[in-house]
Design a protein around this ligand. Structure first.
Ligand code: ARG
Length: 581
């Protein structure tokens, strides 16, 4: 609605320009806000005040001209001028009700498919396989997955790429250790974290072991078969750990989505050759680098992107350049999104710039680093176990489910143990995911079990519970919220109804915003407000006890659309809804 109103106002501005009332070079950014006092309108704009000066007119006079020049639209019931020159707009509630009817009749809730649809590559999760996945990978995995689902819902083609770290010098150490005691290693590999620690200990304490580890790196890079076999064994087990976490989290990543760093090995030499051919390469202290003018350090000295070390080895940046070229040449991406820690921001700015300059990707391919902050403990310090170790994801999810179990049991002591476990899993996992998704991704956030599992506030349990409230209305009537054909139509009468309806109509806009910005917290806020508006409506407007049959039907329709929007919204965030809890 706000977009529509700004459009109508923009047309009015154009008309006034053509009449010479407004200067022709004006291109104002038009603000439309929700009106504070509903008695004066649903929306308000200060456009006339903004343009009064350049127009050389009194704001009120200009407001009158703008209103007169505004094209009529069925969504707009009335336009008034108030105070010093505010333009107040009343929305037409019959039109709004019609919008909601269409949403109810559509499985897709009237969310229009993207036009044109894009092919979007999403690089997310991407853990290093040398170690076990830890909390640091949780954010990328959860946020990336939500954005992938939303883009797909909007009709885009999404290609998931799990750019795992499956190559590099630390593998020499792991392979040397694996080969040294294959039996012990087999069992220790069940616990990758421990395996890595043991290998690192050997590496630090024994110089001959360290030499052997370095030798293995060279052999691995040279394609030695025995080394490659060990490496495959190791990666298989490590990827199995990751997949177990994805499955438990309900994350849509599959083994096929893995395209690790090693997949680009054969292209790295060519990447460097291409950089050389385009004249971008400089040699600096034996290393081969690209210097771009826009990247300098705090003293103004140029910062290099190193693509090949003095010893001949390639780097993280070289692999990313090859991956970008692949995503263009082979995947034909229109847009590539990277859900990676904010601390890698400079890395991505640099490799994006180099890739464009070298012609690995065309100008038309969008490259966006969707950075995120650090996950801290409840004390605001980086998240660690009590003895300072990294927190394993599996342990964290286990604790979330156990806590949820106790909470649900307190609320609902009559549920069977099976039922409790099922609900606890949905609530526990949902809470962990939602806590992460509901914060702006670029800020750091504190992981806090108590807050995320609360049934009050902007949490998964609160929203899941709001959904079950709607579901229970329909259960009482023994009917589904998906088919309301026999009910009387929607009619918006009370303020609480109109406010709920106006919010429901914003679902598609909200999803489009999140798809553009990669910010699922905007969808979280939307759903939280939706649940709040539903609560007010439910308090003020009896549904099952409505005075008239048509009134009850209309309210049932509003409730059903609320329930379906909550369910769809939560599912897009990767959160399951329950019919009761
Ligand atoms: N493996 C890297 C890490 O754990 C993240 C990789 C992100 N993706 C990329 N194309 N660089 O830090």
């Amino acid at each position: 609605m706000k977009n529509l109103i700004s459009q109508l106002l923009a047309e009015a501005v154009e008309t006034l320009k053509s009449q010479g009332v407004l200067p022709a070079d004006l291109s104002p950014s038009i603000q439309v806000e929700n009106a504070r006092d509903k008695a004066h309108g649903d929306f308000a704009s200060n456009l006339a005040m903004m343009l009064a000066k350049p127009a050389g007119m009194k704001p009120r006079d200009l407001a009158e001209k703008l209103v007169a020049a505004m094209p009529a639209h069925e969504a707009v019931a009335q336009v008034n001028i108030a105070g010093p020159g505010f333009i107040n707009i009343f929305q037409d509630s019959a039109w709004l009700a019609g919008q909601l009817e269409s949403a109810l009749a559509d499985e897709h809730l009237s969310v229009a498919p993207a036009n044109p649809p894009q092919r979007v590559v999403i690089d997310y999760s991407s853990p290093n396989l040398a170690k076990e996945m830890h909390v640091g990978h949780l954010r990328s995995t959860i946020i990336g997955d939500a954005v992938a689902r939303i883009l797909e819902f909007l009709g885009h083609e999404v290609i998931r790429q799990n750019h795992v770290g499956d190559w590099g010098t630390q593998f020499g150490m792991l392979l040397a250790y694996l080969e040294e005691n294959p039996v012990a290693a087999e069992s220790e590999l069940g616990d990758l974290e421990n395996f890595y620690r043991q290998a690192k200990k050997r590496f630090d304490e024994d110089a001959t072991f360290a030499d052997r580890a370095r030798e293995r790196v060279v052999q691995l890079q040279a394609g030695d078969q025995a080394c490659l076999d060990l490496w495959h064994t190791f990666n298989d087990i490590s990827l199995g750990h990751c997949q177990a976490v994805y499955d438990r989290l309900g994350v849509s990543l599959r083994r096929d989505d893995v395209r690790g760093e090693s997949a680009y090995n054969d292209e790295l030499a060519d990447i460097v050759r291409q950089l050389e051919a385009t004249g971008l390469l400089t040699e600096s202290e034996g290393a081969r680098c690209v210097f771009l003018d826009q990247f300098t350090n705090s003293e103004g000295k140029p910062l290099p992107v190193i693509v090949q070390k003095a010893g001949g080895g390639y780097l993280y940046a070289t692999t990313d350049l090859a991956a970008m070229r692949y995503r263009n040449n082979a995947l034909h991406a229109d847009r590539v999104l990277y859900f990676v820690d904010q601390r890698q921001a400079l890395h991505f700015q640099q490799v994006f710039a180099v890739a464009r300059k070298a012609g690995f990707v065309p100008e038309s391919m969008e490259l966006e680093h969707m950075g995120f902050g650090t996950m801290n403990g409840a004390d605001g310090k980086p998240f660690k176990t009590r003895d300072g170790g990294t927190v394993k994801l599996a342990d964290l999810l286990e604790e979330a489910e156990q806590r949820a179990y106790r909470l649900v049991q307190e609320k609902n002591p009559d549920l069977s143990a099976d039922e409790l476990r099922r609900i606890a899993k949905a609530v526990g996992i949902g809470a962990v995911k939602y806590a992460d998704l509901s914060k702006h991704r670029s800020s750091d956030y504190s992981f806090n079990f108590e807050l995320m599992l609360s049934f009050e506030g902007n949490t998964a349990p609160y929203l899941m519970y709001a959904y079950t409230r709607v579901a229970s209305i329909f259960r009482k009537l023994e009917r589904s919220m998906n088919n309301l054909d026999d009910l009387a139509p929607l009619k918006l009468e009370a303020d609480a109804e109109t406010e709920l309806a106006a919010h429901l109509a914003q679902f598609g806009n909200t999803l489009n915003y999140v798809a553009r910005e990669g910010t699922p917290h905007v969808l979280c806020t939307y759903l939280y407000e939706l649940a709040g508006r539903f609560s007010s409506f439910y308090e003020q407007c009896p549904v099952l006890a409505a005075e008239r049959a048509e009134q009850r039907d209309s309210r049932l329709r509003l409730s059903a659309l609320t329930g379906r929007t909550l369910r769809q919204g939560l599912n897009l965030l990767g959160i399951d809804t329950l019919e009761r809890m």
